[in-house]
Design a protein around this ligand. Structure first.
Ligand code: GTP
Length: 625
């Protein structure tokens, strides 16, 4: 072995790539903060809580939305180690961020809150880590809290992982107690990456974003080979070619480094202009052709030669499961809205949008999201970062329909209730279903089951995690899961139950389109697809809610719920009567009647003029339910 290779192998021996996985709020970001502090990566004076959550929204809501890599240097027993950590989100909606991070590391810290124990996302994230064959380091967090039940949680983890109980670390990420042990264990237990520097370049893209100055920046794990500035690269799946402008590491900001070698996590400024060409999951290889004459031909030859290189296993592209449309509140804002959506898309591959138009709302965009939290966050960002007022339609999953007149019987996708044809035309409707795992204290089994049955859930099985906790498995329609199952589970279980879900396929359903008419006009933004059996109940509830939410006006506003042409529920907002006779003193009845008559006529005119002004807050309010 050459001296250089021996040296590089030693360098790799000192690299550890790892992630922290946990259920939401179990303390990942807090642990990451402590690791940054202990390793001196971030100056204590600059340290703020949840340092790696760089978006304002992440800090405010205390949740991680985007994965964030960071390199730390740490000296243990006289040896310098490079620790590359990827912080990941915990909420179900952002699970695909977790699976991408895990493909780039060799180990994961499994963090469990001592007061909560194992929760649904603990399991689903653990399974993702196991699929990648990662070394798992179990850690119990928040042992400082008086309600911590360390002993029980320890037993549960032993049962889950089949590990020794002394191998489970007990820490307080908040105070920092035991965190140095976590670093020691990471160094001792997680294998270093292999030295594959002399192989042809293969870099796994696990994230990317567009930078105005540098073009598309790819977040990569170098699996084989070396990459440096000015290298020509080729993306195996998208077929895009680029010239590397710079390479570097995360501290967590981007820091330039002359090259990235196998085993390292870092970034490549690819020189590409279009983010679509640089998707997570793709493999970057190099093209050796020097610039100059016949560069193109030589590169094509290289691409041919590279065909012997096996692309790295990618990830399955995150597919939106919830759709909702944004319409600008003022028509002039259409172009600003389009620009805002395009910019957001550059930082979020899972978000999709395309133009659509509605007879009532005008021109807008149909957008796809990974779940309701994802939707809420995007809506908030449009409002906050771009200052645009919009109307948001009720969120919906994708449905499939078969038309009566369809000869081949093919299924057609329907993204929103307003696009669903009349009931007479539809032969069959299909909706997506998912498998739901609910973890709950055994005391709440009854209430959880009642809730699951109320959303058309089909019971599959119950497994005991320990004497006091169970996993209950159901199959249920996705539409019911994504709307408010999470919140309802929390409320029936005093906050203890947690859930995760996986889509399993399409099933036929008895579904209808429920429309809402306000002042006689159909408001498309309120239309939704519902189960026929519950249409009446939902229609009534919506009408009642709208009655509360829409401000009174000078005329009567009927609110009706309808299926096809049939009205199934009705509420009325009575007018406020402006006291036109107030200024009249004394008993001049004729004059009083005259004024009231005039008022009546005025109201008729207004009614004929039509539309009721519905404040934007009402649309958001209705969306929430
Ligand atoms: P997501 O990123 O949204 O998945 O959450 P997270 O897992 O990163 O949790 P985070 O670090 O934001 O911690 C959640 C809450 O628990 C915060 O209020 C922390 O201050 C608190 N917390 C974290 N670790 C500890 C601990 O060891 N002890 C105590 N008492 N509180 C802790």
């Amino acid at each position: 072995m050459s001296v250089y290779k021996t040296y590089m192998t030693e360098v790799k021996n000192n690299i550890r790539n790892f992630s922290i996985v946990a259920h939401i709020d179990h303390g990942k970001s807090t642990l990451a903060d402590r690791l940054l502090e202990i390793t001196g990566t971030v100056d204590k004076r600059k340290m703020s809580e949840q340092y790696l959550d760089s978006m304002d929204l992440e800090k405010e809501r205390g949740i991680t939305i985007k994965l964030q890599p960071v390199r730390m240097n740490y000296s243990l027993n006289g040896t310098e180690y490079i620790l590359d950590l990827i912080d990941t989100p915990g909420h179900v909606d952002f699970n695909y961020e977790v699976s991408r991070s895990l493909a780039a590391v060799e180990g994961a810290i499994l963090l469990v809150d001592a007061t909560q124990g194992i929760q649904a996302q603990t399991l689903s994230n653990l399974y993702l880590a196991m699929e990648q064959d990662l070394v798992i380091i179990p850690v119990i967090n928040k042992v400082d809290l008086p309600t911590a039940n360390v002993e029980q949680v320890e037993k549960d983890i032993v049962k889950l992982l089949g590990c020794e109980s002394d191998s489970i670390l007990k820490i307080s990420a908040k105070s920092g107690m035991g965190v140095d042990k976590v670093l020691e264990t990471v160094i001792r237990e997680i294998p270093s990456p292999k030295n594959n520097d002399d192989k042809p370049l293969r870099a796994l893209i696990f994230d990317s974003y567009y930078d105005t100055f540098k073009g598309v920046i790819a977040y990569v794990k170098i699996v084989d080979g070396v990459v440096r500035a000015e290298d020509s690269v080729y993306l195996m799946a998208s077929g895009a070619k680029g010239d590397v402008l710079e390479t570097g590491i995360f501290i967590p900001e981007l820091k330039k480094k002359d090259n990235l070698t196998s085993g390292e996590i870092g970034w490549i400024a690819t020189g590409l202009k279009a983010i679509e060409k640089c998707r997570a999951g793709d493999t970057i290889t190099s093209l050796k052709a020097e610039s100059g004459k016949h560069k193109e031909e030589k590169e094509d030859q290289d691409i041919q030669n590279n065909q012997t290189i096996e692309p790295l296993p990618g990830y399955h592209e995150p597919k939106p499961v919830v759709y909702a449309s944004f319409y600008p509140a003022e028509g002039d804002d259409y172009f600003y809205l389009r620009e805002a959506l395009s910019k957001l898309k550059l930082t979020d591959a899972a978000f999709t949008f395309e133009p659509e138009s509605s007879s009532v709302l005008g021109k807008g965009f149909r957008c796809g999201f990974l779940g309701l939290l994802h939707l809420e966050i995007m809506a908030e960002r449009i409002k906050r970062e771009y200052n645009i007022n919009f109307i948001l339609t009720a969120p919906s999953v994708i449905y499939k329909i078969k038309r009566r007149n369809s000869e081949k019987g093919e299924l057609e996708e329907i993204f929103s209730a307003s696009h669903l044809p009349l009931p007479e035309v539809i032969a069959e409707m299909h909706e997506p279903w998912a498998k739901v795992d609910v973890i709950t204290p055994a005391d709440y089994i009854g209430k959880v089951m009642t809730l699951m049955e109320s959303i058309r859930g089909i019971y599959i099985k119950t497994d005991y995690i320990n004497d006091a906790h169970v996993i209950i498995q159901y199959e249920a329609p996705l539409a019911n899961i994504i709307t408010d199952l999470h919140d309802n589970l929390k409320s029936v279980s005093s906050g203890f139950a947690s859930m995760s879900y996986d889509i399993i396929g399409w099933r036929r359903g008895d579904l209808v389109r429920l429309d809402i008419l306000v002042g006689g006009d159909k408001v498309e933004a309120f239309s939704r697809i519902v189960v026929e059996k519950s249409a009446m109940e939902i229609g009534r509830a919506m009408a009642a809610k709208l009655k509360e939410a829409i401000p009174r006006s000078q005329f009567v506003i009927p609110i009706q719920a309808a299926i096809g042409g049939k009205i199934i529920a009705r509420e009325t907002i009575s007018p406020y009567r402006k006291d036109v006779t107030k200024k009249l003193y004394g008993g001049d009845v004729t004059r009083k009647n005259k004024l009231l008559e005039k008022q009546k006529k005025g109201k008729k005119k207004m009614k004929a003029m039509g539309r009721v002004e519905i404040p934007q807050s009402v649309f958001i309010e209705i969306m929430k339910k």
